[in-house]
Design a protein around this ligand. Sequence first.
Ligand SMILES: [Fe+2]
Length: 329
Amino acid sequence: MSDPVLPCGAELFSTTPIPLARLVSRKVADGTGRNETALPPALLQDPRLACEHSGTGECPRFARHLFGTAEQGKRIQMSDDYELRKAARQELARAWRPGEPLPEISYTPEEDALWETVTAKLRSLHEEVACASYRRAARNVVLPPDRVPQLAEISAVLTARTGFHLRPAEGTVPIERFLRAFGESGFCATQYLRSPDSPYHSPEPDVLHELVGHAVMLGDPVFADLYRAFGRAARRDITPRRLQEITQVFWFTMETGVLLEQGGPRVYGAALLSSVAEMESLAQVDLRPFDVAAILAQDFDDMHCMPVLFAVESVPRLAAELDRFLTGS
Ligand SMILES: [Fe+2]
């Protein structure tokens, strides 16, 4: 028996109706650069969305249908625009196919303000603790200070500089897919921004982490090649254990790696570069010499600041160590 069509009772919610038009927009694939605002067809056809407004594209209680029953929606109250925006943007990423224009997101003024606040703080920390390669790359992959950039504009810069391109990701993608994309010079990036409730921390990779952390490093030719090397290694016919090892080394290098420069630790890992807390606590970290065997034996919890990091004395040494590990030579 199919689910009954739900009445869209305004009494269920105390919040202002959220017009669908505010949630998502995408560039029309006709070469004109024109935007249209629409929900992806897959979302419109989702049976959970069935209500008296089906087909109108203007359901004022859209939130309820994304979150289950009316009662659940009532409990959640759906005053949280954040969850709505995130869900719609995840759906755009799911609906995207290679060759299509990257989804264009209508970020709200509040999101632009959050981006401005957090990236200003990160930039001042980068002057102190980011490695030279990052600071140099950031002069070429210029992120706007006052608005969330679109993946498309940053992807175009990367393609011109190092051949990399960005692909939309609905969230944390399976590690094999994430790593393998590097072998095609692709990087899977989310497009939603962290919750305003925790501006300096995101429990999952958001667009700020992807662009401030990864994309800038991908603008450096040497680091772009290192990402590709991870991709090539993951694209081989490998065992689950080998994939786990590659993931572990990726975590302690491209996500949380540290170089020794100017007499101190300087970060090149994306998770550190996009985290105020990680960079501010760098002086308290147990910094250990770079050693692949030690990295493979090291536990980590990516939900907390890293107590142990591995520091390498130069980019050439890092490249040589990674080449040895990733190619098995
Ligand atoms: Fe990351």
